[in-house]
Design a protein around this ligand. Sequence first.
Ligand code: ASP
Length: 451
Amino acid sequence: MKLHTQILLGLALGAAAGVTANLLTHQQVALASQLLQAGVSADSLAAAVPAGAVWVERANRYAMGPVGQVFLRMLFMVVIPLVFTSLTLGVAGLGDLRKVGVVGSKTVFYFLASTALAAIVGLVLVNAVRPGEGLSEAVRTSLMETYRTEASERVSQAAATQFGIQTFVNIVPRNPIKAAADLDMLGLIFFSLVFGAALTLLPKEKSGPVVRLLEGVGEAVIKIIGMAMKLAPYGVFGLIFVVTSRFGFALLKPLGLFVLTVLAGLVFHTVVNFSVILRLLVGLNPLVFFGRVRSAMITAFSTSSSNATLPTTLAVAEQELKISPTVAGFVVPLGATLNMNGTALFEGVVVLFLAQVMGLHLSLATQVIVIVIAVLTAVGAAGVPGGSIPLLVIVLQAVGIPGEYIALVIGVDRLLDMCRTTVNVTGDLTAACVVARWEGGWTPDALRAGA
Ligand code: ASP
């Protein structure tokens, strides 16, 4: 059986098993998890939740969770060397700095344009469907109650997040090792780009050995990714089982229209916009594209993290889409951090949804501002699960919605995060095709020849 079929099977079986466990335990697994976390006594645990839920939570803790975590950690383990080697080699491979500037600006232009397009899709849909207007007062109060603590945590995270001129200053790391250790991707990206640029300025006999060393490191990293992906079917099973067994499916009813609006936007952006972009700008049949990028999409869906998916995304770009390591190594790591189409779309929908719930009318001009800030915050969001939420709170506050209102959507966030991350990663691979076509001398024929 092919690996991506195995991963898909892991996903389907894990989801089916998780949903079944969730329903059989009357949706009490999340509560069992909280109580076990809080260390309550066995008696109060037994009084509060059904025994089945406790068992499922134990399975999550001692089997499903660890298997998923080992897979995730294997991927995270290679992210830092991968970003450093592929970006440095990408820049060095482009040769001269002018070429880096041209490719870099086209890449960033494409990122911003496609992210803005996604945000516009979200806003048009949420204006048409108006999911916020039907939300009853009772549901609103109960959601605010249930997610009060989580929401206030996010609000204080947002308060600690600077978003302004300092954000740009912070892109330049004081210490690249610390940037790497803190998973400060922007800092690491900046250092790698500058390092690669510096290599192009050295005479060949000086830069050559460094480049060859980094190529060796890069290839070793790709081998590790291959090993990690062997674990993927089991890892994906575990990750999906944990999420679905704990998920509050009951929330899908009151928030159904909101969830459907986000999902419809994400599906539209993927199926229509990406397909049109691939056809028009790349000349590639979207069906071929989606067939080849499956394993990256599934990994994104099950990890909810563009960063964790980055190793797979890069391997897919090079091995399945046959894009040169120079272009793929440049565009894909940048995209994992900067290019978040699904996140911008989601942010647009949430802002308007919450405004509708509050009965706040946002004028066209304000909505344009929402698009601009959604794009900027999507660029600034970290590619980790829920990475955009603290920034989303900032967007809410910018248009006069109290940050605490985030409580209304937190309960369904994990599900939406899985879906938007899939779109983020698919967007990175679309971007890689576009830039490879524009600048890399790559054509879709490479796929036909390479089978
Ligand atoms: N989880 C998303 C990603 O990694 C970021 C977010 O929207 O929260 O791409």
